[in-house]
Design a protein around this ligand. Structure first.
Ligand code: NAP
Length: 308
């Protein structure tokens, strides 16, 4: 560890982070990616990514992550396997403390991502990729003409239910209350879609499976009555948890904890950029994360030029 000041420190080695590193390195910037485990973030957990252009047979997320890392490193980006413990974005240069020492950056890209909120039902994690999924846009296609259940009552759940209704044979939407949290504009669309059935006041209490998911047990939260719904897919859409604890109090966050930044990726602190799932945006996908990474470097170059 030395006191080297990087042009850019990227916190989090997901697709957005490594795209920022690639663009920065190719632009001649001195860039380091701090990643606690291995490249890819949430993407690395995905067994099959079919909606990232350029891979006509699809590709698994872990391999795609390795490729993104290798591509950035080919141009000189450095990866430090380090767990970040503290970030000071207000100083100049910005200071990042980690398990591997302190790093200094003229600019910082926050690409720490977000995790799916789990239902907490038994065997949920074991069945991911075997029927349990968290993203209709990513995994809906695997359930073509099958029966699926979706849990949640927010905008994401309703949007996902509508996406799934065009792919699956039948969609059963399960919500723990008797009113949706989703905005009114969605309600009519949902009620008028023939192959969507809503089960109000209900929670998934058990997952049924052999090798793969075969059904779920629903429990009425008021009466305790249980019923069985046969299905091949269970989509859980009960919110996501952005990894923003390290920047809370420094960067402006929205009410759900996402870093407030538009498509320029600029945050309220000059020289600090938020890319990928961690920032406020409408569509959280690999393809939108990588777009953010490129944009962050464009804006960082502008910032660095203005500082000189
Ligand atoms: P959200 O608005 O927080 O909704 C989460 C839903 O999951 C709620 O209906 C909640 O039930 C339910 N839920 C939470 N924990 C649960 C649990 N343990 N078991 C069962 N159900 C549970 O999250 P989101 O839908 O992911 O949306 C996140 C943000 O993005 C929101 O601000 C949303 O408006 C925005 N968004 C907007 C659009 C759009 O088209 N405008 C699309 C997607 C997302 P309760 O209602 O009972 O709390």
């Amino acid at each position: 560890m030395d006191n080297r000041i990087y042009d850019m420190i990227v916190v989090g080695g997901g697709p957005g982070g490594y795209t920022a590193a690639l663009y920065a390195a190719r632009a001649g910037l001195d860039v380091a990616v701090l990643e606690k485990l291995s490249a890819g973030g949430q993407m690395a957990m995905s067994q099959q990514i079919d909606n990232y252009p350029g891979f006509e047979e699809g590709i698994d997320g872990f391999t795609l992550a390795e490729k993104m890392q290798a591509q950035a490193e080919r141009f000189g980006a450095v990866t430090e396997y380090a767990e970040v413990s503290k970030i000071d974005l207000t100083s100049n240069p910005k200071v990042i403390e980690s398990s591997e020492g302190t790093f200094y950056g003229k600019t910082v890209v926050i690409s720490t991502g977000a995790t799916n909120r789990e239902l907490g039902v038994e065997n949920e994690q074991e069945l991911v990729g075997r029927g349990v999924a968290y993203c209709a846009a990513c995994d809906g296609m695997f359930f073509k003409d099958m029966d699926v259940v979706i849990v949640g009552g927010g905008n994401s759940a309703v949007a996902d239910a509508l996406v799934l209704s065009r792919i699956a044979k039948k969609v059963t939407m399960v919500h723990r209350r008797d009113t949706l949290r989703a905005t009114l504009v969605y309600h009519n669309q949902l009620m008028n879609t023939e192959n969507i059935e809503i089960r109000w006041n209900s929670a998934v209490s058990e997952l049924l499976y052999d090798d793969e998911l075969t059904g779920v047990v629903l429990k009425n939260v008021n009466t305790g009555e249980e019923s069985l719904v046969a299905c091949q897919g269970l989509f859980i859409s009960v919110g996501r948890i952005p990894a923003t604890e390290l920047v809370r109090g420094q960067l402006e966050l929205d009410s759900s904890g996402y870093i407030v930044a538009d498509e320029t990726t600029r945050t309220n602190i000059p020289g600090v950029f938020a890319v990928g799932d961690v920032r406020t945006k409408r569509l959280r996908q690999v393809v939108t994360a990588v777009a953010d990474g490129a944009m962050a470097v464009h804006m960082a170059e502008e910032y660095l030029a203005s500082e000189n």
